[in-house]
Design a protein around this ligand. Structure first.
Ligand code: ZN
Ligand code: ZN
Length: 241
């Protein structure tokens, strides 16, 4: 079984302020026994060769990925060519899937209360999604994944456990175990075939609150005195960024 996370942001992200580099993320993933990860920057596909080689040296398959904004909604596109970065509409996504059947399309945080969550677009475009995310940000009491799990069950879609990692400490509480050979194509096809198990540990309310506070604070992290704060989005939005 390969321990995997398909939704990770790093310091290369053009949209979010993130304190760790892609190399540091890979090191942490190796410490935690991950065998496969996808770095899914907002609307940018990571230049992969050097990172892929470094990950391989640490025993990790780096799957190419992007968290693409499609018609205003977040969608994870894995194991596609760079054409994934040009997908702007759900029609584009359908065309990409037809052209590159080895790619994997995941619905991230579909029912989290955030402006870029898929919500009704998941149902409207159900056939475009291969898997649904079980997002690490939940507590025993507050868990928006319940709706996603219900939807996945009803449509016979597999779920994957993802960290949507924005801080290193967010890696490791929720992840996927995939029954596949250690290469990107095999891992993606195993997920589509449902050979994946979600391991999900809730945060305590206290820890979830701490993470939210840190994530909001990092929105204001200074890079000089003439700081231009970016608009605060609700914790929900940043957490599921
Ligand atoms: Zn997102
Ligand atoms: Zn994200």
């Amino acid at each position: 079984m390969i321990k995997a996370d398909f939704h990770i942001h790093t310091g290369d992200d053009p949209a979010d302020t993130i304190s760790y580099t892609t190399f540091e993320l890979i090191d942490r993933a190796a410490e935690l026994g991950y065998g496969a990860i996808a770095i899914t920057l907002h609307d940018a596909q990571l230049e992969g060769a050097a990172y892929r080689a470094y990950a391989a040296s640490r025993g990790i398959v780096l799957i190419s990925g992007i968290e693409r904004t499609v018609a205003g909604r977040h969608v994870l596109l894995l194991n596609f060519s760079r054409a994934a970065a040009g997908v702007a509409t759900f029609d584009d996504l359908a065309r990409l899937k037809r052209a590159e059947p080895g790619g994997l399309v995941i619905a991230p945080h579909p029912y989290f209360p955030a402006s870029k969550s898929l919500l009704g677009d998941l149902e409207r475009h159900a056939n475009l999604f291969d898997a649904v995310e079980y997002n690490a940000m939940f507590t025993p009491i507050v868990n928006f994944n319940v709706l996603a799990a219900r939807w996945a069950r009803r449509h016979g879609k597999p779920m994957v456990g993802n960290g949507d990692v924005h801080r290193l400490e967010m890696l490791g509480t929720t992840y996927s175990l995939v029954d596949a050979a250690p290469d990107a194509a095999s891992i993606c096809s195993a997920v589509k075939a449902g050979r994946v198990t979600v391991v999900a540990t809730p945060h305590t309310l206290f820890h979830a609150g701490m993470l939210m506070a840190k994530l909001v604070a990092s929105t204001f992290s200074t890079s000089g005195t003439a700081q231009t704060p970016r608009p605060i989005r609700t914790p929900g939005i940043d957490l599921v960024g």
